[in-house]
Design a protein around this ligand. Structure first.
Ligand code: SF4
Length: 313
């Protein structure tokens, strides 16, 4: 069963700008609205202090692209002094600059770098930004050189466009021994991805056919492979492959309010079931307690026919 534990993880949306224009961006609507209003220093300090006092011990800085916020180094430093473990999601951003990487990486425990393909052609098309693959690879090289104690993860958002390059992407990533953990994310129907979801999302039946072969090398290569946004029956019933099964309850702090008077809101998430549900067919499934279900948008477009409830008897 999915365990409901008290949230210890804070997710802080620091900036609302990004140098890329990914077609699957789940943050595009928030970025359009709040581009002019990155978090102020006093908001960052107050949020960190309040949640640390409440027992939170892990903070994820995200965005937009968090390295675009000039106060990121100071925010990381403050989080460290308060006793947080620090985690950052990035498309590479300023880590492509060696001096920035050297200054900021010692303040980080974990970094999740986005890599959406094995080469510039695939990655740059996914990011709709020429030069973005080169920047991500420079960032990777700098993290390898200056991030001695950083636990490095990567995230690949999988769409119909890069689906055919997935093995090549995994081959590229596993050639880098510093990368300890690879996340394959199915498209989340939010922001820009909601509008184009039908064209972007890979059918669940195709994922199911391919998961065993994708996962096989990771049984022996020492790298963790997880997948986000897929029900357990698509993952061969293997919770170890499900990012959802390893979800930590969290509180997300982000911009909300009138454009002229930006405020902050804290949203609690106990599990990974946001915008997802389990249709009637799931009632007979032995895995329903561990499964976060299917994106509502997917069910609206394709129905539940691809789901295969597991029954032990
Ligand atoms: S049948 Fe439903 S509950 Fe069972 S694994 Fe599939 S989506 Fe999850």
């Amino acid at each position: 069963m999915i365990k409901i534990e008290p949230a210890r993880r804070l997710e802080l949306h620091l900036s609302y700008t990004c140098g890329q224009k990914c077609g699957f961006c789940s943050e595009s609507v928030r970025m359009d609205r709040w581009r002019h209003a990155p978090l102020k220093g006093e908001e960052i300090s107050a949020t960190l202090l309040k949640h640390r006092k409440a027992g939170f011990n892990h903070v994820t800085f995200t965005g937009g692209e968090p390295t675009a916020h000039p106060l990121l180094p100071a925010a990381l430093s403050a989080a460290r002094k308060l006793g947080f473990n620090t985690y950052l999601t990035t498309n590479g951003g300023l880590f492509a600059q060696e001096a920035y990487a050297r200054e900021v990486l010692p303040l980080l425990d974990e970094v999740c770098l986005s890599v959406h393909g094995p080469d510039a052609e695939t990655h740059d098309a996914a990011a709709a930004t020429p030069g973005s693959f080169e920047r991500a690879m420079k960032a990777l090289a700098n993290i390898e050189q200056h991030g001695d104690r950083v636990y490095l993860l990567t995230n690949t958002v999988v769409t119909r466009a890069n689906w055919g390059r997935l093995e090549d992407t995994l081959t590229l990533l596993t050639k880098h021994p510093k990368i300890r953990h690879i996340l394959l994310s199915s498209v989340a129907p939010e922001g820009r991805a909601l509008k184009d979801y039908k064209a972007l999302a890979v059918p669940l039946s195709q994922w199911r056919d391919r998961v065993p072969a994708l996962a096989r090398p990771f049984e022996t290569n020492g790298v963790v492979l997880r997948m986000f946004g897929l029900p357990l029956c698509v993952l061969d019933g293997r919770p170890e492959l499900s990012n959802d099964a390893h979800y930590s309850p969290r509180v997300t702090v982000e911009r909300r309010g009138a454009r002229s008077k930006p405020g902050l809101v804290a949203i609690a998430s106990a599990d990974a079931s946001r915008r997802r549900s389990k249709p009637v067919v799931c009632r007979s499934c032995d895995d329903r307690g561990d499964c976060a279900g299917v994106f509502d948008r997917y069910l609206a477009l394709h129905g539940p026919a691809e789901l295969t409830p597991r029954r032990s008897s």
